[in-house]
Design a protein around this ligand. Structure first.
Ligand SMILES: O=C(O)Cc1cc(O)ccc1O
Ligand SMILES: [Fe+2]
Length: 453
Protein backbone atom coordinates (compact mmCIF):
# COMPACT_ATOMS: atom_id res chain seq x y z
CA UNK A 1 0.00 0.00 0.00
CA UNK A 2 1.18 3.52 -0.83
CA UNK A 3 2.59 5.49 2.15
CA UNK A 4 0.06 8.27 1.62
CA UNK A 5 -2.89 5.96 2.10
CA UNK A 6 -4.26 6.40 5.61
CA UNK A 7 -4.40 3.34 7.82
CA UNK A 8 -7.79 1.70 7.87
CA UNK A 9 -8.15 2.47 11.57
CA UNK A 10 -7.84 6.20 10.76
CA UNK A 11 -11.01 6.21 8.75
CA UNK A 12 -13.40 6.58 11.63
CA UNK A 13 -13.78 10.05 13.04
CA UNK A 14 -12.82 11.10 16.54
CA UNK A 15 -15.49 12.74 18.67
CA UNK A 16 -14.06 16.22 18.09
CA UNK A 17 -13.48 15.92 14.36
CA UNK A 18 -15.75 17.94 12.12
CA UNK A 19 -17.43 15.47 9.83
CA UNK A 20 -17.82 15.82 6.11
CA UNK A 21 -21.13 15.63 4.33
CA UNK A 22 -22.38 15.77 0.75
CA UNK A 23 -25.27 18.18 0.02
CA UNK A 24 -28.52 17.30 -1.74
CA UNK A 25 -31.74 15.36 -1.29
CA UNK A 26 -32.01 11.95 -2.97
CA UNK A 27 -28.92 12.53 -5.11
CA UNK A 28 -26.88 9.75 -6.60
CA UNK A 29 -23.81 10.16 -4.38
CA UNK A 30 -20.42 8.49 -4.49
CA UNK A 31 -17.76 8.41 -1.77
CA UNK A 32 -14.71 6.37 -0.80
CA UNK A 33 -12.71 6.46 2.40
CA UNK A 34 -9.65 4.82 0.80
CA UNK A 35 -8.44 5.92 -2.62
CA UNK A 36 -9.57 3.69 -5.45
CA UNK A 37 -11.93 1.67 -3.25
CA UNK A 38 -14.96 2.62 -5.35
CA UNK A 39 -15.16 0.81 -8.69
CA UNK A 40 -15.63 3.17 -11.61
CA UNK A 41 -17.78 2.38 -14.63
CA UNK A 42 -19.43 -0.70 -13.15
CA UNK A 43 -21.03 -1.94 -9.94
CA UNK A 44 -19.80 -5.50 -9.73
CA UNK A 45 -16.21 -6.02 -10.91
CA UNK A 46 -14.90 -9.57 -10.96
CA UNK A 47 -12.58 -8.57 -8.11
CA UNK A 48 -12.93 -5.35 -6.11
CA UNK A 49 -9.98 -3.22 -5.10
CA UNK A 50 -8.56 -3.86 -1.58
CA UNK A 51 -10.28 -7.28 -1.60
CA UNK A 52 -13.62 -5.65 -0.81
CA UNK A 53 -16.95 -7.36 -1.40
CA UNK A 54 -19.60 -5.60 -3.52
CA UNK A 55 -23.18 -5.61 -2.21
CA UNK A 56 -26.41 -3.93 -3.23
CA UNK A 57 -28.84 -2.51 -0.67
CA UNK A 58 -32.29 -1.94 -2.16
CA UNK A 59 -34.73 0.46 -0.55
CA UNK A 60 -37.34 0.11 -3.28
CA UNK A 61 -38.45 -2.79 -5.45
CA UNK A 62 -35.98 -3.25 -8.33
CA UNK A 63 -38.67 -2.15 -10.75
CA UNK A 64 -39.88 1.02 -8.96
CA UNK A 65 -40.18 4.01 -11.28
CA UNK A 66 -37.06 6.15 -11.56
CA UNK A 67 -38.39 8.87 -9.23
CA UNK A 68 -38.80 6.44 -6.33
CA UNK A 69 -36.15 3.85 -7.21
CA UNK A 70 -33.60 3.75 -4.42
CA UNK A 71 -30.56 1.55 -4.02
CA UNK A 72 -26.92 1.83 -3.08
CA UNK A 73 -23.82 -0.23 -3.83
CA UNK A 74 -21.61 -0.87 -0.82
CA UNK A 75 -17.97 -2.03 -1.01
CA UNK A 76 -17.16 -3.68 2.29
CA UNK A 77 -14.66 -5.81 4.19
CA UNK A 78 -17.16 -8.65 4.56
CA UNK A 79 -20.56 -9.11 2.92
CA UNK A 80 -23.56 -8.59 5.22
CA UNK A 81 -24.25 -12.33 5.32
CA UNK A 82 -21.20 -12.46 7.61
CA UNK A 83 -22.75 -9.82 9.88
CA UNK A 84 -25.87 -11.77 10.67
CA UNK A 85 -25.14 -15.26 11.95
CA UNK A 86 -27.89 -17.38 13.48
CA UNK A 87 -30.39 -15.13 15.28
CA UNK A 88 -31.63 -15.60 18.84
CA UNK A 89 -34.75 -14.02 20.20
CA UNK A 90 -34.26 -10.73 22.00
CA UNK A 91 -36.56 -8.44 23.90
CA UNK A 92 -36.98 -4.69 24.01
CA UNK A 93 -40.36 -4.62 25.77
CA UNK A 94 -40.87 -0.86 25.60
CA UNK A 95 -40.40 -0.60 21.84
CA UNK A 96 -43.80 -1.51 20.36
CA UNK A 97 -44.85 -2.04 16.77
CA UNK A 98 -48.25 -1.61 15.12
CA UNK A 99 -50.70 -3.20 15.30
CA UNK A 100 -50.44 -2.78 19.05
CA UNK A 101 -53.75 -2.45 20.86
CA UNK A 102 -52.24 -2.36 24.33
CA UNK A 103 -54.46 -3.08 27.25
CA UNK A 104 -54.70 0.05 29.39
CA UNK A 105 -57.52 1.78 31.17
CA UNK A 106 -56.96 5.35 30.02
CA UNK A 107 -60.12 6.57 28.27
CA UNK A 108 -60.01 8.46 24.98
CA UNK A 109 -58.84 12.06 25.30
CA UNK A 110 -56.38 14.75 24.40
CA UNK A 111 -53.13 13.96 26.14
CA UNK A 112 -49.98 15.73 27.18
CA UNK A 113 -46.84 14.57 28.94
CA UNK A 114 -43.88 16.21 30.60
CA UNK A 115 -40.49 14.91 29.43
CA UNK A 116 -39.53 11.29 30.05
CA UNK A 117 -37.83 10.91 33.42
CA UNK A 118 -34.05 10.43 33.36
CA UNK A 119 -33.21 6.73 33.59
CA UNK A 120 -31.94 5.37 36.90
CA UNK A 121 -29.82 2.74 35.11
CA UNK A 122 -27.27 2.86 32.29
CA UNK A 123 -29.08 2.68 28.95
CA UNK A 124 -27.91 2.80 25.34
CA UNK A 125 -29.93 4.53 22.63
CA UNK A 126 -31.38 1.18 21.59
CA UNK A 127 -32.33 0.30 25.15
CA UNK A 128 -33.74 3.77 25.78
CA UNK A 129 -36.46 3.81 23.11
CA UNK A 130 -39.99 3.99 24.55
CA UNK A 131 -42.99 3.81 22.26
CA UNK A 132 -45.72 6.36 22.91
CA UNK A 133 -48.04 5.57 19.98
CA UNK A 134 -48.32 3.19 17.07
CA UNK A 135 -50.46 3.55 13.95
CA UNK A 136 -51.28 1.37 10.96
CA UNK A 137 -49.77 -2.06 10.48
CA UNK A 138 -46.13 -2.96 10.00
CA UNK A 139 -47.16 -6.13 8.15
CA UNK A 140 -48.62 -4.06 5.32
CA UNK A 141 -45.88 -1.44 5.52
CA UNK A 142 -48.37 1.26 6.51
CA UNK A 143 -48.35 3.61 9.45
CA UNK A 144 -45.79 4.71 11.97
CA UNK A 145 -44.78 4.77 15.60
CA UNK A 146 -43.94 7.79 17.73
CA UNK A 147 -41.20 7.05 20.24
CA UNK A 148 -39.34 9.03 22.86
CA UNK A 149 -35.82 8.09 23.89
CA UNK A 150 -33.55 8.69 26.87
CA UNK A 151 -30.04 7.27 27.15
CA UNK A 152 -26.74 7.78 28.90
CA UNK A 153 -24.43 5.11 27.44
CA UNK A 154 -22.68 4.63 24.09
CA UNK A 155 -23.33 1.70 21.79
CA UNK A 156 -19.78 0.38 21.40
CA UNK A 157 -19.96 -3.23 20.24
CA UNK A 158 -23.73 -3.22 19.77
CA UNK A 159 -25.25 -2.46 16.39
CA UNK A 160 -28.82 -2.35 15.21
CA UNK A 161 -30.91 -2.41 12.08
CA UNK A 162 -34.63 -1.91 11.75
CA UNK A 163 -36.24 -3.88 8.94
CA UNK A 164 -39.61 -2.35 9.85
CA UNK A 165 -39.04 1.17 8.64
CA UNK A 166 -36.84 4.20 8.48
CA UNK A 167 -36.11 6.14 11.67
CA UNK A 168 -36.41 9.90 11.83
CA UNK A 169 -34.46 10.91 14.94
CA UNK A 170 -35.13 14.28 16.59
CA UNK A 171 -32.66 14.99 19.41
CA UNK A 172 -34.00 17.35 22.07
CA UNK A 173 -31.22 17.26 24.69
CA UNK A 174 -27.68 16.24 23.81
CA UNK A 175 -25.95 15.86 20.47
CA UNK A 176 -25.55 12.32 19.17
CA UNK A 177 -23.21 10.56 16.79
CA UNK A 178 -24.94 8.12 14.46
CA UNK A 179 -22.37 5.79 12.90
CA UNK A 180 -24.08 4.06 10.00
CA UNK A 181 -22.85 1.63 7.40
CA UNK A 182 -22.60 4.54 4.97
CA UNK A 183 -20.81 7.03 7.21
CA UNK A 184 -21.01 9.08 10.37
CA UNK A 185 -23.60 11.76 11.14
CA UNK A 186 -23.42 14.11 14.11
CA UNK A 187 -26.84 15.46 15.05
CA UNK A 188 -27.59 18.13 17.60
CA UNK A 189 -30.88 19.47 18.93
CA UNK A 190 -32.61 21.45 16.11
CA UNK A 191 -31.19 18.98 13.62
CA UNK A 192 -32.74 15.68 12.58
CA UNK A 193 -31.38 12.59 10.94
CA UNK A 194 -32.88 9.75 8.96
CA UNK A 195 -31.59 6.20 9.10
CA UNK A 196 -33.06 4.17 6.23
CA UNK A 197 -34.85 0.87 6.70
CA UNK A 198 -32.41 -2.01 7.00
CA UNK A 199 -29.28 0.09 7.60
CA UNK A 200 -26.96 -0.98 10.41
CA UNK A 201 -25.91 1.72 12.83
CA UNK A 202 -24.96 2.56 16.39
CA UNK A 203 -25.43 5.72 18.42
CA UNK A 204 -23.02 7.36 20.83
CA UNK A 205 -23.11 10.47 22.97
CA UNK A 206 -21.51 13.80 22.10
CA UNK A 207 -20.90 16.52 24.65
CA UNK A 208 -21.40 16.43 28.35
CA UNK A 209 -25.00 15.90 29.42
CA UNK A 210 -26.63 13.94 32.21
CA UNK A 211 -29.09 12.46 29.78
CA UNK A 212 -29.53 12.37 26.01
CA UNK A 213 -33.19 12.73 25.09
CA UNK A 214 -35.30 13.05 21.98
CA UNK A 215 -38.05 11.73 19.77
CA UNK A 216 -38.20 9.22 16.93
CA UNK A 217 -40.71 8.72 14.15
CA UNK A 218 -40.53 5.17 12.84
CA UNK A 219 -42.05 5.21 9.38
CA UNK A 220 -43.30 1.82 8.23
CA UNK A 221 -44.47 3.16 4.88
CA UNK A 222 -42.93 4.67 1.78
CA UNK A 223 -39.83 6.69 2.52
CA UNK A 224 -39.90 10.32 3.53
CA UNK A 225 -39.51 12.69 0.65
CA UNK A 226 -39.75 16.43 0.09
CA UNK A 227 -43.30 17.73 -0.29
CA UNK A 228 -44.27 19.31 -3.59
CA UNK A 229 -44.26 23.09 -3.27
CA UNK A 230 -47.17 23.74 -5.67
CA UNK A 231 -47.68 27.45 -6.28
CA UNK A 232 -44.88 28.30 -3.82
CA UNK A 233 -42.53 27.49 -6.70
CA UNK A 234 -38.98 26.24 -6.79
CA UNK A 235 -37.68 27.66 -3.50
CA UNK A 236 -38.33 27.92 0.25
CA UNK A 237 -39.53 25.41 2.83
CA UNK A 238 -36.83 22.70 3.05
CA UNK A 239 -34.33 23.24 0.26
CA UNK A 240 -32.64 20.11 -1.13
CA UNK A 241 -29.06 21.28 -0.67
CA UNK A 242 -29.56 21.61 3.09
CA UNK A 243 -29.88 17.83 3.40
CA UNK A 244 -26.48 16.31 4.17
CA UNK A 245 -25.34 12.77 3.50
CA UNK A 246 -22.18 11.47 5.20
CA UNK A 247 -19.01 10.49 3.38
CA UNK A 248 -17.93 6.86 3.68
CA UNK A 249 -16.34 5.84 7.00
CA UNK A 250 -15.73 2.41 8.46
CA UNK A 251 -14.59 0.50 11.52
CA UNK A 252 -12.00 -2.22 11.10
CA UNK A 253 -12.55 -4.03 14.36
CA UNK A 254 -12.16 -7.76 15.05
CA UNK A 255 -13.83 -8.02 18.48
CA UNK A 256 -17.00 -9.60 19.80
CA UNK A 257 -19.98 -7.58 18.55
CA UNK A 258 -23.71 -8.00 18.60
CA UNK A 259 -26.12 -7.08 15.81
CA UNK A 260 -29.66 -6.43 17.02
CA UNK A 261 -32.58 -6.48 14.61
CA UNK A 262 -36.23 -5.50 14.67
CA UNK A 263 -38.18 -7.43 12.07
CA UNK A 264 -42.01 -7.31 11.92
CA UNK A 265 -42.14 -6.10 15.49
CA UNK A 266 -39.95 -8.83 16.98
CA UNK A 267 -36.39 -8.42 18.16
CA UNK A 268 -33.45 -10.69 17.45
CA UNK A 269 -29.75 -10.62 18.18
CA UNK A 270 -26.77 -12.26 16.52
CA UNK A 271 -23.17 -12.48 17.75
CA UNK A 272 -20.31 -11.83 15.38
CA UNK A 273 -16.56 -11.31 15.77
CA UNK A 274 -16.16 -7.99 14.00
CA UNK A 275 -17.84 -4.68 13.33
CA UNK A 276 -20.57 -4.69 10.66
CA UNK A 277 -19.78 -1.04 9.90
CA UNK A 278 -17.14 -2.09 7.38
CA UNK A 279 -18.19 -0.23 4.23
CA UNK A 280 -15.10 1.41 2.75
CA UNK A 281 -16.79 2.99 -0.27
CA UNK A 282 -20.27 3.30 -1.67
CA UNK A 283 -22.39 4.94 -4.32
CA UNK A 284 -26.12 5.32 -4.75
CA UNK A 285 -29.21 7.16 -3.59
CA UNK A 286 -30.36 5.01 -0.63
CA UNK A 287 -28.57 6.81 2.17
CA UNK A 288 -28.85 8.19 5.68
CA UNK A 289 -28.94 11.97 5.93
CA UNK A 290 -29.31 14.88 8.29
CA UNK A 291 -31.06 18.23 8.10
CA UNK A 292 -30.79 21.39 10.18
CA UNK A 293 -34.33 22.57 10.94
CA UNK A 294 -33.01 26.12 11.19
CA UNK A 295 -32.41 26.11 7.43
CA UNK A 296 -36.15 25.70 6.80
CA UNK A 297 -37.48 28.81 5.07
CA UNK A 298 -41.08 29.20 6.22
CA UNK A 299 -43.73 30.71 3.99
CA UNK A 300 -46.86 32.00 5.72
CA UNK A 301 -49.66 34.51 5.97
CA UNK A 302 -48.46 37.98 4.97
CA UNK A 303 -51.83 39.70 5.10
CA UNK A 304 -54.48 37.85 7.10
CA UNK A 305 -55.66 34.48 8.46
CA UNK A 306 -53.82 31.39 9.61
CA UNK A 307 -52.95 28.83 6.92
CA UNK A 308 -52.96 25.07 7.47
CA UNK A 309 -49.77 23.77 9.11
CA UNK A 310 -48.98 21.80 5.95
CA UNK A 311 -47.04 24.89 4.86
CA UNK A 312 -44.44 23.85 7.43
CA UNK A 313 -43.98 20.28 6.15
CA UNK A 314 -40.29 19.38 6.11
CA UNK A 315 -40.70 15.80 4.90
CA UNK A 316 -43.69 13.76 3.86
CA UNK A 317 -44.07 9.99 3.59
CA UNK A 318 -46.81 9.53 1.00
CA UNK A 319 -49.43 6.81 0.65
CA UNK A 320 -51.05 5.72 -2.60
CA UNK A 321 -53.80 8.33 -1.95
CA UNK A 322 -52.57 11.64 -3.24
CA UNK A 323 -52.19 14.25 -0.50
CA UNK A 324 -52.93 11.75 2.27
CA UNK A 325 -49.67 11.18 4.05
CA UNK A 326 -48.63 8.09 5.92
CA UNK A 327 -46.69 10.62 8.01
CA UNK A 328 -45.90 14.28 7.63
CA UNK A 329 -43.00 15.71 9.60
CA UNK A 330 -44.03 19.31 10.26
CA UNK A 331 -42.16 21.97 12.23
CA UNK A 332 -43.12 25.23 13.88
CA UNK A 333 -39.92 27.26 13.49
CA UNK A 334 -39.12 30.87 14.42
CA UNK A 335 -41.11 33.20 12.17
CA UNK A 336 -42.71 36.63 11.97
CA UNK A 337 -46.40 36.94 12.70
CA UNK A 338 -47.77 39.84 10.69
CA UNK A 339 -51.35 38.90 9.84
CA UNK A 340 -53.82 41.77 10.20
CA UNK A 341 -57.25 41.51 11.92
CA UNK A 342 -56.45 37.85 12.59
CA UNK A 343 -56.43 35.42 15.48
CA UNK A 344 -52.81 34.45 14.91
CA UNK A 345 -52.24 31.16 16.81
CA UNK A 346 -53.66 27.88 15.53
CA UNK A 347 -57.43 27.91 15.28
CA UNK A 348 -59.60 25.48 17.25
CA UNK A 349 -59.94 22.40 15.14
CA UNK A 350 -60.67 18.72 14.69
CA UNK A 351 -58.65 16.71 12.20
CA UNK A 352 -58.98 13.33 10.50
CA UNK A 353 -55.18 13.09 10.75
CA UNK A 354 -53.68 12.30 14.15
CA UNK A 355 -51.21 14.75 15.62
CA UNK A 356 -48.29 13.81 17.88
CA UNK A 357 -46.30 16.89 18.91
CA UNK A 358 -42.99 17.54 20.63
CA UNK A 359 -41.11 20.66 21.62
CA UNK A 360 -37.36 20.90 21.05
CA UNK A 361 -36.94 24.28 22.69
CA UNK A 362 -38.75 27.50 23.54
CA UNK A 363 -42.50 27.96 23.72
CA UNK A 364 -45.31 26.90 21.40
CA UNK A 365 -47.73 29.76 20.73
CA UNK A 366 -50.93 27.78 21.29
CA UNK A 367 -49.67 26.50 24.65
CA UNK A 368 -47.17 28.88 26.23
CA UNK A 369 -47.30 26.98 29.49
CA UNK A 370 -47.60 23.29 30.18
CA UNK A 371 -46.14 22.12 26.87
CA UNK A 372 -42.51 22.12 27.89
CA UNK A 373 -39.32 21.29 25.95
CA UNK A 374 -39.00 17.52 25.86
CA UNK A 375 -42.75 17.15 26.48
CA UNK A 376 -45.24 15.53 24.13
CA UNK A 377 -48.87 15.95 23.21
CA UNK A 378 -51.30 13.74 21.35
CA UNK A 379 -54.38 15.11 19.59
CA UNK A 380 -55.77 12.01 17.99
CA UNK A 381 -58.16 11.58 15.07
CA UNK A 382 -61.15 13.96 15.37
CA UNK A 383 -60.37 15.07 18.91
CA UNK A 384 -60.86 18.82 19.33
CA UNK A 385 -57.94 21.01 20.33
CA UNK A 386 -56.46 24.47 19.96
CA UNK A 387 -55.01 27.26 22.07
CA UNK A 388 -55.40 27.11 25.82
CA UNK A 389 -57.49 29.78 27.55
CA UNK A 390 -54.43 31.91 28.28
CA UNK A 391 -53.37 31.77 24.61
CA UNK A 392 -56.87 32.61 23.45
CA UNK A 393 -57.10 35.70 25.70
CA UNK A 394 -53.64 36.86 24.74
CA UNK A 395 -54.11 36.42 20.99
CA UNK A 396 -57.60 37.94 21.03
CA UNK A 397 -56.45 41.12 22.74
CA UNK A 398 -52.86 41.72 21.66
CA UNK A 399 -51.92 44.60 19.42
CA UNK A 400 -51.47 43.18 15.92
CA UNK A 401 -48.10 44.70 15.14
CA UNK A 402 -45.43 42.46 13.56
CA UNK A 403 -44.20 40.06 16.22
CA UNK A 404 -41.31 37.64 15.94
CA UNK A 405 -41.98 34.20 17.37
CA UNK A 406 -38.38 33.51 18.22
CA UNK A 407 -36.22 30.93 20.00
CA UNK A 408 -38.71 28.16 19.43
CA UNK A 409 -38.86 24.83 17.60
CA UNK A 410 -41.85 22.54 17.91
CA UNK A 411 -42.71 19.67 15.58
CA UNK A 412 -45.51 17.30 14.69
CA UNK A 413 -45.66 13.70 13.43
CA UNK A 414 -49.04 13.77 11.68
CA UNK A 415 -50.45 10.56 10.27
CA UNK A 416 -53.56 9.57 8.37
CA UNK A 417 -53.96 6.63 10.78
CA UNK A 418 -55.31 6.87 14.33
CA UNK A 419 -52.51 6.63 16.86
CA UNK A 420 -52.88 3.87 19.45
CA UNK A 421 -51.51 4.71 22.86
CA UNK A 422 -49.13 2.21 24.43
CA UNK A 423 -49.68 0.97 27.96
CA UNK A 424 -46.31 2.52 28.81
CA UNK A 425 -47.49 5.97 27.64
CA UNK A 426 -50.89 5.59 29.31
CA UNK A 427 -49.23 4.82 32.64
CA UNK A 428 -46.27 7.16 32.30
CA UNK A 429 -45.73 9.16 35.48
CA UNK A 430 -45.23 12.33 33.43
CA UNK A 431 -48.73 12.19 31.91
CA UNK A 432 -50.47 15.44 32.84
CA UNK A 433 -53.74 14.56 34.57
CA UNK A 434 -54.90 18.15 34.35
CA UNK A 435 -54.23 18.78 30.65
CA UNK A 436 -57.90 19.21 29.74
CA UNK A 437 -58.20 22.01 32.28
CA UNK A 438 -56.15 24.26 30.01
CA UNK A 439 -59.37 24.88 28.08
CA UNK A 440 -61.69 25.23 31.13
CA UNK A 441 -61.62 29.01 31.19
CA UNK A 442 -62.85 29.30 27.62
CA UNK A 443 -66.22 30.55 28.82
CA UNK A 444 -69.31 31.27 26.82
CA UNK A 445 -68.94 34.76 25.34
CA UNK A 446 -72.14 34.85 23.32
CA UNK A 447 -74.96 36.90 24.86
CA UNK A 448 -77.28 37.23 21.88
CA UNK A 449 -76.38 40.84 21.19
CA UNK A 450 -74.27 41.82 18.18
CA UNK A 451 -70.84 43.36 18.52
CA UNK A 452 -67.25 42.38 19.12
CA UNK A 453 -66.90 40.83 22.60
O1 LIG B 1 -52.67 21.46 16.85
C1 LIG B 1 -51.59 22.02 16.73
O2 LIG B 1 -51.13 22.77 17.59
C2 LIG B 1 -50.86 21.90 15.41
C3 LIG B 1 -51.45 22.81 14.42
C4 LIG B 1 -50.93 24.06 14.21
C5 LIG B 1 -51.52 24.94 13.34
O3 LIG B 1 -50.98 26.15 13.14
C6 LIG B 1 -52.68 24.59 12.69
C7 LIG B 1 -53.22 23.33 12.87
C8 LIG B 1 -52.60 22.44 13.74
O4 LIG B 1 -53.07 21.20 13.92
FE1 LIG C 1 -53.78 20.38 15.59
Amino acid sequence: MDQTIPKASDRQATATEKLQYMPGFGNDFETESLPGALPQGQNSPQKCNYGLYAEQLSGSPFTAPRGTNERSWLYRIRPSVRHTRRFSNASYPLWKTAPCLDDHSLPLGQLRWDPLPAPAERLTFLEGIRTITTAGDVLTQTGMAAHAYVFNEDMVDDYFFNADGELLVVPQVGAIRVFTEMGIIDVEPSEICIVPRGMMFKVSRLGDEKVWRGYICENYGAKFTLPDRGPIGANCLANPRDFKTPVAAFEDKETACRVHVKWCGKFYVTEIGHSPLDVVAWHGNYTPYKYDLQTFSPVGAILFDHPDPSIFTVLTAPTESVGTANVDFVIFPPRWLVAEHTFRPPWYHRNIMSEFMGLIHGQYDAKEKGFVPGGMSLHNMMLPHGPDAFGFEKASNSELKPVKLDHTMAFMFETRFPQQLTKYAAELETLQDDYLECWDKLERRFDGTPGIK
